[in-house]
Design a protein around this ligand. Structure first.
Ligand code: GH3
Ligand code: MG
Length: 300
């Protein structure tokens, strides 16, 4: 059985929270926050499927919470429904303009709450599905994770059949959290796009694949490539990114944005039976490159 979706209810009035929770808790897992900062803390730690957000709260109001959520990459796409006062068209319009997907006005009607929550969860699931069907990552223009996983599985079998080695570079931007903290999330996005372009620009062979693996992680899959060449490529990638000279004042490694790389090479079927072993080894080597000081590569 699938897990019920988790809904975060944010309201400073506990009787409102209890009322909403009772409407929803038979069909959903309900989580509550009684202030904006508490909502951000909970959502940042484990993003809920949907948020019901009271507009008028002391301290941090609904708009401020919504803006702060949009700054967190893991929370950016969570549908937020505003809870507004009765007939409060000004807040309704402002909420929608600020990026809320809908609003519900007080006093809330249980059937309306259930219907709107259900509609927005369905819409979100559909848009997630559509996005994953597309194989390009929208921020960087590189291949996305889903396509990479498929390609890795195919290449693994292909190389296994011919006894060829398969090499993977696992790349991660150094101190990127500090970059976001210092320059802001939008600058972080722009930086990611530039780093991605610099990495992608270093590969010309049609059978090499460069992908965005996750947040600030990239992977390059290089079939039939010997270790000396791969190592050289790794150094070129580090140089290409540092050569962009994107300022990173708060990085303990360098005054500019740098990357670390973990390299793994295997002959499929001989060294391991599963492509996950290749990813794990590259990831372990990345961890070593990080612990040795970053802006470097490690091939184990
Ligand atoms: P390390 O050198 O050890 O890799 O440190 P780090 O700060 O890069 O690593 P950490 O995993 O702590 O932080 C990664 C950061 O990357 C946190 C997250 O907010 C940010 N990030 C992930 N995806 C995106 C994105 O799409 N855009 C922006 N701007 N930041 C992102
Ligand atoms: Mg990093």
């Amino acid at each position: 059985m699938t897990q019920p979706a988790r809904i975060l209810i944010v309201d400073d009035a506990t009787d409102n929270i209890e009322f909403l929770a009772r409407i929803l808790d038979d069909a959903y897992e309900v989580q509550i926050a009684t202030s904006g900062p508490m909502a951000l803390e909970l959502a940042g730690r484990e993003p809920p499927a949907l948020i019901l957000l009271d507009v008028a709260m002391p301290g941090m109001d609904g708009y401020q919470v919504l803006n702060a959520l949009r700054e967190l990459s893991q929370c950016r796409d969570i549908p937020v429904i505003f809870i507004t006062g009765h007939g409060d068209t000004e807040n309704e319009t402002r909420g929608l303009e600020a990026g809320a997907v809908d609003f519900i006005s007080k006093p809330v009607n249980p059937a309306v709450v259930r219907a709107r929550v259900n509609t927005h969860l369905t819409l979100k699931a559909k848009s997630d599905q559509l996005r994953s069907l597309v194989s390009i990552d929208s921020l960087t223009g590189l291949t996305n994770r889903r396509r990479f996983d498929e390609f890795l599985a195919l290449e693994w079998l292909h190389c296994q059949r011919y006894g060829w080695p398969l090499t993977l570079l696992f790349i991660d931007i150094d101190y990127f959290k500090l970059y976001n903290d210092h320059y802001g999330h939008l600058a972080g996005d722009a930086c990611l796009a530039r780093v991605a372009a610099a990495i992608g620009g270093q590969f010309g062979r049609s059978h090499d694949l460069v992908a965005r693996y996750g947040g600030e992680e990239f992977v390059c899959l290089l079939p039939q490539c010997d270790m000396a060449k791969v190592r050289n490529k790794g150094y070129e990638l580090c140089d290409a990114v540092a050569g962009l000279r994107i300022p990173h004042e708060t990085s303990p490694t360098a005054p500019v944005v740098t990357i670390s790389i973990g390299i793994a090479a295997m002959i499929p079927g001989q060294d391991a039976n599963d492509p996950e072993a290749l990813v794990d080894l590259a990831d372990r080597n990345l961890y070593i490159a990080k612990s040795q000081g970053r802006n470097r590569l490690c091939d184990g």
